[in-house]
Design a protein around this ligand. Structure first.
Ligand SMILES: [Zn+2]
Length: 551
């Protein structure tokens, strides 16, 4: 048989459990036609490359990342980052900046809540330093914002404005009055993102080009885009450009898209929109078949939904959907042939999804085909750990997060629970399908988008001075539990075939298997035996997407 490319004398990690190792592969018309040992090559003619023992693996799949949010952030001025010592210093720093930069329409700052040392900012504080212009302070994680009265007025937010999702997406109130602190869904567009709607096609393309170049350089061949809450208009604008770039042959990354639905009451309308996206965005490398739901928020601002209350504030947070709501939604998604992906940080968020799935499964049995993925899974109740495997719910982790100082989260989780986070190995060993991701929301320098960083921290639960990561992201000790550290083989499988199963593309991608797309990476060194600390410095020498060398 005439083939396009023949590679021999390689060490191939295939991610194919029926044929885990190979030394030769043959590519024809963008697909693998042979994967095995060299004795099988005699049937093929074509350009032969002797790889001299080099390591080959399938193209990487990042199964939870944000493609559209960062395009907006590329052009949105988020403002000055401040690191004060307490509230008064924060106000002084902002007042000084405002004095030195008079005449701006809106002043913007970024501030991590921890710098307030337990105090909170209210709109009266901000009105005092900025009475005549708009002032916003985005919390470092991007899940909440403080604004002054001018911004509340412009967006028509008063004491009578209902919370978007009570207990989860809300305007913080004191004695019935809004304080200017807006949480989760209440902090989103148009407050943060309103300027991005007007970007030109050229501006969107330029941002996407930066991301495509990164993906190609690092061998990320497919991603799940976990959506953009708050503005489906801007989200769709980026998908339009992705579809256009694909038609022009300029999208050498497979993008599995999604559309965010905010609350249970929006489910029916949201479903129709996902169906429309599914019809309208369907090019070779762009598909949309998934609804995305933010079930809860984050631990730091106590919006992650818990089974056991936060030890510092005594609350448990709330979920965007009830278990019954999830069960109902699964019936509709099943009928439409669509899938479901959920942001689930706290114990109660994932439990509610598992409960809903169980209800739907009881009623529908094996006719329930929806692929359901719970992402982040920072903390799980012990009694839920084996339910993912039993029910067939996919577990998605962001391994570069799996290193932290548990003393910080002990403030709200207590000592014992803070040392039982990110239990990915336990889930893996129950037989659950575990996939890995990077979950970034801004392009920046792409440091934390690097899948080899995820692999390193997944294996070590440490970020040392040998790790390719920003200095402030380094940690001094292994993040407990130590036995949740993964092997390199588990990291590679979770970044390839398991991600493909989550995306529903395991028939065409995710492993080096005859008949699948020839997405594969060639490394000078052997990743299976590479040093774990510093693994984040790995990078492929050659990247093939659909049989074509793209890097
Ligand atoms: Zn995300």
């Amino acid at each position: 048989m005439k083939a396009d490319k023949i590679f021999k004398n390689a060490k191939i990690f295939t991610s194919d459990k029926n044929n885990p190792q190979a030394s030769a592969l043959v590519v024809k018309d963008g697909k693998f036609v042979y994967v095995g040992d060299e004795s099988g090559l005699s049937e093929y003619e074509g350009e032969v490359t002797d790889l001299g023992g080099k390591f080959i693996m399938p193209g990487i799949i990042d199964s939870h990342v944000h493609v559209t949010i960062p395009v907006g952030y590329e052009y949105a001025d988020m403002g000055e980052r401040i690191e004060p010592n307490g509230k008064q210093e924060a106000l002084d720093m902002m007042a000084k900046y405002i004095r030195e930069n008079p005449g701006e329409k809106r002043y913007r700052f970024i501030l991590e809540k921890k710098f307030l040392k337990g105090e909170d900012i209210v709109k009266e504080d901000l009105d005092a330093i900025c009475p005549d212009a708009e002032l916003q302070i985005q919390e470092g994680e991007g899940h909440s914002i403080w604004v002054n009265s001018k911004i509340l007025e412009r967006h028509g937010i008063t004491d009578d404005t209902p919370d978007p999702i009570p207990g989860l997406a809300l305007y913080v109130r004191k004695d019935g009055h809004v304080t200017g602190n807006c949480i989760e869904g209440a902090a989103e567009t148009p407050i943060i993102f309103d300027s991005s709607i007007d970007l030109t096609d050229e501006q969107v393309d330029a941002a996407l080009k930066r991301w495509i170049d990164f993906s190609v350089e690092y061998g990320v061949c497919a991603v799940f885009d976990a959506g953009l809450p708050g503005t489906s208009q801007f989200h769709e604008k980026v998908y339009k450009r992705l579809a256009e770039l694909d038609k022009q042959g300029k999208l050498p990354v497979y993008v599995d898209g999604s559309l965010v639905v905010n609350a249970e009451r929006d489910a029916k309308e949201g479903l129709n929109e996902v169906k429309r996206f599914n019809r309208e965005y369907d090019t070779e490398h762009l598909k949309v078949h998934t609804m995305k739901i933010f079930m809860d928020g984050t631990q730091k601002i106590h919006t992650a939904a818990m089974v056991t209350p936060y030890v510092d504030v005594g609350t448990t947070g709330a979920t965007a959907f009830s278990a019954e709501g999830i069960a109902e939604l699964l019936k509709d998604l099943n009928e439409a042939g669509l899938d479901l992906h959920l942001h689930t940080v706290g114990e109660r968020a994932s439990r509610t999804v598992l409960d809903g799935f169980e209800m739907a499964k009881k009623e529908m049995g094996n006719s329930l085909k929806v692929r359901v993925t719970c992402a982040h899974l920072e903390i799980e109740d012990d009694s839920d750990l084996d339910r993912f495997a039993k029910l067939g719910v996919i577990a998605n982790f962001t391994p570069w997060w799996h290193s932290d100082d548990p003393r910080e989260s002990a403030r709200w989780l207590g000592d014992e629970r803070s040392r039982k986070q990110f239990r990915c190995k336990t889930l893996w060993d129950t037989g659950a399908l575990v996939a890995w991701s990077s979950d970034n929301i801004a392009f920046g320098d792409f440091i934390t988008w690097n899948p080899y960083l995820g692999m390193e921290v997944g294996m070590t639960r440490l970020r040392t001075d040998k790790t390719r990561v920003q200095e402030y992201n380094r940690t001094a000790a292994v993040f407990p539990p130590e036995d949740e550290r993964m092997s390199i083989e588990e990291m590679l499988l979770g970044y390839t075939i398991n991600g493909a199963i989550q995306l529903g593309i395991e028939d065409i991608k995710g492993s080096i298997t005859a008949g699948k797309d020839a997405d594969f990476l060639v490394f000078d060194n052997d990743l299976l035996t590479a040093e774990k600390e510093g693994f984040s410095y790995n990078k492929p020498k050659d990247v093939y997407f659909g049989g074509k060398k793209v890097n």
